[in-house]
Ligand binder design. Structure first.
Ligand SMILES: [Zn+2]
Length: 254
């Protein structure tokens, strides 16, 4: 069995055929799917999908760095309010994105640190998005790591050295479709990454693996990522499946 530790299956890209998408994932042995939130506009969709598939879909709550704008304080208060209402399985996704827009850099850092505090308070993993900001996000996690903080550097595509730092912080790294892209050159880093620090993810609908690159990603493609990991690390597929599933279960507490 596999776990997709990161998918946005509640977005409108799946409105037409979500039942097929979930059932195809289950048939491909991807039976648990963790859903990171984006911002206040996606919460209702997130909750509705989870309610439709309570055995397969698990909601997380947070504010995405690309949604940190002038109104970030209102957005954060909505996250906080929701966290107090029910159980979630993680805080996120949060982090820092300096690729698209640096205007709200300081606000993104504030939002990230606030969500780290909540992750500790609620004893939940923090799901980290870092784009053009991996050293900075690692530095911030290091500052807050008191032995109690846990989480995932989602869509990890750093160097061997950055991977080492994340391992030292006792954090997980999410591997997805990007490792199947030839030009990504992540083979050496994946070979180095201890299997004990690895979880699988799709980030659906984004970042579909080869041979579906450029198309809509979905959770049933998780085995393609697992096969690539097995190939890079010279491991059996079932070892990759069982280890990454165990890691995700331990982290999310299911
Ligand atoms: Zn995401």
């Amino acid at each position: 069995m596999y776990i997709d530790s990161h998918a946005h299956l509640y977005l409108e890209q799946f409105d037409e055929d979500i039942d097929v998408v979930i059932n195809t994932a289950i048939k491909s042995e991807v039976k648990r799917i963790f859903l990171p939130n984006i911002d206040s506009t996606t919460i209702e969709r997130l909750h509705n999908l989870e309610a439709s598939y309570p055995d397969n879909c698990f909601a997380m709550m947070g504010l995405h760095p690309c949604s940190v704008k002038e109104n970030f304080e209102t957005e954060l208060s909505i996250v906080k309010h929701n966290l107090s209402q029910r159980k979630y399985y993680g805080i996120g996704e949060t982090g820092i994105d300096l690729y698209w827009d640096k205007t709200f850099r300081e606000e993104q850092i504030y939002s990230f640190e606030q969500q780290i505090v909540w992750a500790k308070e609620f004893d939940l993993p923090v799901i980290i998005h870092s784009r053009d900001s991996l050293d900075l996000t690692i530095e911030i996690i290091a500052k807050h790591q008191d032995g109690k903080l846990k989480g995932i550097f989602h869509c990890f595509n750093g160097t061997v050295d950055q991977c080492k730092k994340v391992v030292d912080l006792n954090f997980m790294m999410g591997l997805g479709g990007v490792i199947t892209f030839k030009k990504a050159n992540l083979e050496e880093m994946v070979r180095f990454m201890p299997i004990s620090n690895m979880v699988l993810e799709t980030d659906a609908p984004y970042l579909a693996p080869t041979p579906y690159r450029g198309k809509r990603n979905e959770s049933s493609y998780i085995p393609i990522v697992a096969e690539k990991v097995a190939q890079f690390k010279n491991m059996q597929l079932y070892e990759v499946a069982s280890s990454t599933t165990r890691n995700a279960r331990d982290l999310f507490g299911i």
